[in-house]
Design a protein around this ligand. Structure first.
Ligand code: TAP
Length: 473
């Protein structure tokens, strides 16, 4: 049992001032794996005070000191690898290979990339008649969701530390234990007192408290649009700076010269990876009308490559994170059927033999129209839609006919068409032929997917103010 009833404030593990606790469930077994303490506004105030007190010295550390700190964190993170992998498998239910190759690896890369980005980062630039200086923004509040327990919190912390910003972090209640390991890592490597504070608790108390706190200068949030909106409302009241990463409904455009099986495999992998609980997942697959049947056949053919089941065994798809998420996904599948889409594979209910655990069937709808609810709303589960198009221009139009703009994907051979589609998609990141992820590349959304950028240099910039100095001696 992982019982963790303390918060980390001002360089120490401290008792909560309240006595409310929350049990954490393993979604694969529905068993309790541990308990956390739900922090209070008083705990949060202490954490913000500690961060505020750390600000003058932490923001003045040198670039070299921050590079050294980030490198020490990355090294200690590596030492805790097995524990991180096991913890994510337990609290999120992700298959061990995904916990290792995706979750663990992303966290590691954010710390090492931030150190790397810092090396060439310029905090002062003399530009002819003026000088531009980058100043730490202040104290940062970080609110992260459950779907990537190390990725989002690590990129935010790594960028904040690179910029010299002390932080107060609140991970999601559903998956708090990976963040507790990270905190132990910061404690071990000697992150200065008050520069990192962790307050566990609910969104409605600690998340709300961070969003509205007068002493928090910048809030970086990843999660739902509804909460993002609240955060902006609070920010508008005190003119605070925010960055929001709010999910998507990303298109995958299959061009007529694409390898059909490869494109179908990519489409299915998007709903398999993390059980489709990925903000940048492609969930609208656009295929040329003439390719529809061969693409559907290819989807059926590749589906068995992504077995669903016990995350500790050799499976590719684990359960959804919670009963609530399972119910949400079921209702979207029902909605798709009601709307007249054709169920190609999957459907409601649990996969055979997986009655215990929040398992859902990988589900592919075809004959989907882009104005259907299943094509417009973020389902956050293993559900995707096949839509058809006539011309490439029409494909781009459908791809952009969404309130979101986080990511886009295009598969094909012809360079000119690939470039046309990649440039035409209104989204923060477009991948051509499933290119490798680059941790130095900016990540973030257009439209209702939010604003602000994470990862690499752009991520660090979020935690900095720009100051102009005229007459610099
Ligand atoms: P959210 O409620 O947005 O949760 C994200 C984070 O915000 C969690 O740490 C949550 O805390 C916190 N939070 C909740 N209410 C808050 C408030 N009033 N003020 C400040 N922070 C608050 O998302 P969810 O309910 O977990 O998931 C709902 C849907 O959001 C999903 O189905 C999916 O569509 C979308 N989602 C998107 C993403 C990404 S990566 N864009 C990630 C997760 C979910 P607690 O959870 O501890 O209460």
């Amino acid at each position: 049992m992982k019982n963790h009833l303390k918060h980390y404030i001002n360089g120490e593990w401290v008792e909560s001032t309240g006595n409310e606790t929350e049990e954490v469930i393993n979604p694969a077994t529905e068993e309790v794996i541990g308990t956390i303490s739900l922090g209070t506004k008083e705990d949060l105030d202490k954490a913000v005070k500690a961060a505020r007190a750390a600000f003058p010295s932490f923001s003045q550390t040198t670039k070299e000191e921050r590079i050294e700190l980030l490198e020490k964190i990355a090294a200690e993170y590596e030492n805790r690898k097995q524990e991180i992998v096991d913890t994510i498998t337990e609290e999120l239910g992700s298959p061990v290979t995904i916990s290792e190759n995706v979750h663990y690896t992303m966290g590691y890369n954010h710390f090492s990339q931030a150190a790397e980005s810092l090396r060439n980062f310029s905090f002062i630039e003399h530009r002819g008649g003026h000088t531009v200086m980058k100043d730490t923004t202040g104290v940062s509040g970080l609110i992260t969701p459950w779907n990537f327990p190390t990725n989002q919190i690590s990129t935010k912390i790594a960028s904040a530390f690179a910029a010299g910003s002390p932080v107060v972090a609140k991970p999601a209640e559903l998956t708090p234990f990976a963040a507790i390991i990270l905190t132990e890592i910061f404690d071990k490597v000697g992150v200065p007192k008050g520069a990192f504070n962790l307050v566990n608790g609910s969104g409605s108390v600690i998340g709300d408290g961070i969003s509205s706190h007068p002493d928090i200068d910048f809030v970086s949030f990843t999660g739902s649009g509804a909460v993002g909106q609240k955060i902006m409302q609070y920010a508008s009241e005190r003119i605070a700076n925010v960055a929001l990463e709010l999910g998507g409904k990303s298109p995958l455009v299959v061009l007529e010269d694409a390898d059909v099986e490869e494109a179908a495999r990519a489409a299915v992998s998007h709903i398999a990876k993390n059980t489709g609980q990925v903000c940048s997942a492609a969930t609208r697959v656009l295929v040329p009308s003439a390719m529809k049947e061969s693409f559907e056949e290819a989807v059926k053919k590749v589906l068995p490559e992504f077995p669903v089941g016990n995350p500790r065994e050799d499976n590719q798809v684990g359960p959804l994170v919670s009963q609530k998420q399972w119910d949400t996904v079921q209702s979207y599948i029902e909605k798709g059927e009601e709307e007249g889409a054709t169920l190609l594979v999957g459907g409601t209910g649990k996969p055979e033999g997986l009655e215990k655990g929040y398992y859902a069937k990988p589900t592919v709808f075809t004959d989907v129209k882009n104005d259907m609810v299943i094509a417009q709303e973020e389902i956050f589960g293993p559900v995707t839609c096949i839509l058809t198009y006539g011309s490439v221009d029409e494909a781009i139009e459908i791809a952009n006919d969404t309130k979101y703009g986080l990511a886009g994907y295009v598969f094909g051979e012809d360079t000119e068409t690939l470039t046309k589609v990649a440039s035409g998609i209104r989204a923060g990141r477009v991948k051509i032929n499933d290119a490798e992820v680059d941790f130095a590349a900016p990540f973030g959304g257009y439209k209702q997917s939010g604003f602000g950028r994470e990862w690499g240099d752009y991520g660090i910039e979020e935690y900095l103010e720009v100051k102009t100095i005229l007459g610099y001696p």
